[in-house]
Ligand binder design. Structure first.
Ligand SMILES: *Cc1c(COP(=O)(O)O)cnc(C)c1O
Length: 397
């Protein structure tokens, strides 16, 4: 009899052969600008810890204190016995920060998208999605029984065409949900949200923005993409985000009307059927919101670093692609070269991962760098000169 698990090894071996397997690097200590990775002290350029909050003393103290007062775990799912005062406080504090009527916290951003999207649109509805939306959105859309349509990346004219076609369908969709990432994680470009919001409004569609890379980064005090563009609150119906990136902890969230939140927590299966955050997580997230409200310097420094790094790299002759944010891709072209560059950088004590096919098109391989407010100017100079040496060696500049 053939071993029914034989495919596990076969498929894994194929991934290794095609160099598509993940080789995990291990951090031996905290995620700081300088960290120990696989026994080497390196400058971290590929973490989503934009503001350095994962090691902010106020977050760490809040987490420790919550373990003392509330224990290590919550004991249940939120709807049964797992809603603690800390969870409620976090949602209040987040809504205030987002200037929304209400917010709801999920275990992760992935759980928010996978749990809420299929409830917002079902049979007879239509979901219209940017072609480069995040995988968690794609899975959320797959879980829904709605029809799906995709528009070209950040292309409002194409979105208009798709919405026009939807209107002429017979029967017309019962509801239309337009979904986009706020900031796209591979290129660091920003969705043209004012145009998207106008089109959604004209076609009577709901608008859902996944601002995982925008919150803590864009807009007044890091309030996100809607604030960045000065959009009226009722134009973006669902603002989704994560505590795992700029907020430095873990957890997903959605903000919007009280009606949205009431609906979302009663219907999202990921929220209803999965344990709630440990007290330390909720407390650290509250502290993160607190830090964003009271220490505006982190967001400011993040942008100063971004401008300085991008300008310096461009002056050296590097192509930073379409980046408009602290996500700065260094375009290389061919996958092999991007891998070599990443390897050379690691030898130079700079940790930045290659992004290659199938994550991006075959000829669009790159090294993706992400800025961190906790770095210093001399850290940036260290990275820039490492890129210069390795880039010249490999004939990239
Ligand atoms: C990271 C990310 C998520 C998932 O967030 P988690 O809280 O880490 O699960 C969702 N959407 C986008 C666009 C992301 O970049």
């Amino acid at each position: 009899m053939r071993d029914p698990t034989a495919f596990l090894k076969e498929e894994y071996d194929a991934l290794v052969r095609d160099e598509l397997d993940w080789k995990l690097r291990v951090l031996q200590g905290p995620s700081l600008p300088w960290c120990e990775v696989d026994g080497r002290e390196v400058l971290m350029l590929c973490s989503n810890n934009y503001l350095g909050l994962s090691n902010h003393p106020r977050l760490k103290e809040a987490a420790i204190e919550a373990v003392r007062t509330h224990g290590a775990g919550s004991g249940s799912v939120r709807p049964i016995a797992g809603t603690m005062d800390l969870h409620v406080e976090l949602e209040k504090r987040l809504a205030r920060f987002k200037r929304a009527d209400a917010s709801l916290v999920y275990q992760t951003g992935f759980a928010a998208n996978a749990g809420l999207i299929p409830q917002l649109a079902g049979k007879g509805d239509l979901i219209v999605s940017d072609e480069l939306n995040h995988g968690s959105i794609i899975d959320g859309v797959r879980l829904s029984h709605a029809d799906k349509a995709v528009y070209r990346h950040c292309d409002a004219a194409d979105l208009e065409k798709v919405l026009g076609e939807a209107e002429r369908r017979s029967p017309a969709p019962r509801r239309i949900l337009v979904i986009t990432d706020g900031v796209f994680s591979m290129d660091g470009d920003i969705a043209p949200l004012p145009d998207i919001a106008r089109l959604a409004h004209e076609h009577g569609a709901m608008l859902y923005v996944d601002d995982a890379h925008g919150e803590g980064v864009l807009g007044d005090g890091g309030r996100g993409i809607a604030e960045h563009f000065g959009l009226a609150r009722n134009r973006v119906h669902v603002e989704m985000g994560t505590f795992s990136k700029a907020f430095g902890v873990v957890g997903g969230h959605v903000s919007g009307s009280q009606d949205l939140v009431n609906f979302a927590y009663n219907r999202s299966r990921t929220w209803l059927l999965s344990g709630s955050h440990p007290p330390a997580v909720a407390a650290a997230c509250i502290a993160a919101v607190d830090v964003l409200e009271t220490e505006p310097q982190h967001v400011r420094t993040l942008w100063e670093h971004t401008h300085y790094f991008k300008r310096s790299m461009q002056q050296l002759g590097f192509d930073t692609g379409k980046s408009e944010t602290p996500i700065v891709p260094i375009m290389v072209g061919e996958s092999g070269k991007a891998k070599k560059l990443s390897q050379r950088l690691f030898e130079e004590r700079v940790f930045a991962l290659p992004i290659i096919f199938p994550m991006v098109a075959k000829d669009r391989a790159r090294i993706r760098t992400i800025m961190n407010a906790a770095m210093s100017r001399s850290d940036l100079d260290f990275a820039i000169s490492a890129f210069e040496r390795a880039g010249k060696e490999l004939g990239i500049i």
